[in-house]
Design a protein around this ligand. Structure first.
Ligand code: XIL
Length: 353
């Protein structure tokens, strides 16, 4: 009888240990990595409880997938609407996250009024409007975003020169440099990135980007980093990836793996993510993180995923098929790719030590 209190407190202790074990926080990406880990979000998704919980706890950096693009914030000539972008910034502030601004100038996703009138503007009018836009947006978010993609995808798809966008046609090849200067005028501290795709897969495109960067640096045009979008497939050449990292590091710039997703359905024939593809995706994720981990600290900016869950990836629409390219499945469960990220942190760290 006298033993009863002992056993009952032992029982209580066991219950506490077990329930504590269940409650004990699992490792989160944001606490495991020694660089920011980001996710692209929308205000609509952040309004969902489960979604917000994971976006807020796993990640330390936020990019607006769309709402900081001109289509959303450029309401009319010299009129701006920051409401949607502000809601993303407020979420990040509440969760102690940094915000990466995406993007000031892009030939895509422009507001309808601009698409309809842009051809009728002469060069000076367009330049003045664009300068006012960049000044206003960058000033509005000053102190709230740490960085901007200034011009997105200004190099031609094939990589052999400037993209012949309406901006290039009207403002000349050097408009990218001037956009960087306008952004710098509006915020002396914000980090300025050039962001593009196929940086790690198309050596000619990388060369064109590096030539532009070298020219900026020679002329004192402000640039702090390069965003490698990393919309990649399982066939990514790690040698090419490593080469791109090395070349950007040589130029003393920060590197943002800015829009990571890994396609797993190149033929479009798969009805589900097979175990084999999930494992390949895990291994590739690990290799990418390992190589990123091994660049010097001062060159690491962040790794950002272009969405949270597979079913919300832009690629389903863009490729016409599900690609299962992200860290979480449709039910918010971590995929092997998530483990791949952790694996890469660990192997990268071991080599660093
Ligand atoms: C995509 C978004 O994910 C989609 O929701 C939108 O419909 C189109 O734009 N490169 C970029 C991103 O820099 O802004 C693009 O985002 C994907 C390709």
């Amino acid at each position: 009888m006298r033993l009863f209190p002992f056993f009952s407190s032992l029982g209580l202790l066991l219950v506490m240990i077990i329930s504590n074990g269940l409650d004990s926080p699992e490792p989160r990406l944001r606490s495991m990595a020694n660089f920011p880990v980001g996710v692209a979000v929308s205000p609509q998704r952040l309004a969902q409880t489960d979604y917000a919980q994971i976006a807020g706890s796993e990640f330390s950096s936020i990019t607006a997938e769309n709402v900081m693009k001109p289509q959303y914030s450029w309401a009319a000539e010299r009129e701006y609407d920051f409401s949607a972008g502000d809601s993303v910034v407020a979420f990040a502030e509440n969760h102690n996250q940094q915000v990466h601004g995406h993007t000031l100038v892009w030939h895509m996703m422009q507001p309808k009024w601009l698409r309809e009138s842009i051809d009728s503007y002469d060069s000076a009018t367009l330049e003045n409007l664009l300068r006012d836009y960049i000044h206003s947006v960058v000033k509005h978010y000053r102190g709230k975003v740490v960085s901007w993609d200034v011009v997105n995808e200004a190099i031609a798809a094939e990589g052999d020169g400037m993209r012949n966008s309406v901006y290039r046609q009207k403002l000349g090849d050097d408009y990218v440099a001037r956009c960087h200067q306008y952004a710098r005028e509006a915020d002396p501290d914000v980090l300025l990135f050039y962001n593009d795709y196929s940086v790690a897969t198309n050596p000619e495109k990388l060369k064109t980007i590096l030539t532009m960067v070298d020219d900026f640096q020679a002329r004192g045009i402000p640039i702090d980093g390069v965003g490698m979008q990393m919309h990649i497939g399982l066939d990514l050449s790690l040698d090419n990836f490593q080469y791109a990292l090395d070349e950007i590091v040589k130029r003393n710039l920060k590197i943002h793996l800015s829009e990571v997703d890994i396609r797993t359905n190149p033929e479009g024939t798969a009805g589900m993510l097979t175990e084999e593809a999930a494992q390949q995706q895990q291994e590739l994720m690990a290799e990418i993180v390992r190589l990123y981990q091994q660049i010097p600290e001062q060159n690491k900016f962040a790794i950002t995923f272009w969405g949270l869950r597979d079913n919300e990836s832009w690629l389903t629409q863009n490729t016409g098929n599900p690609q299962w390219p992200l860290l979480f499945d449709d039910n918010f469960s971590k995929k092997p790719m998530y483990q791949g990220f952790l694996d890469g942190l660990e192997t990268g760290q071991t080599k660093l030590n």
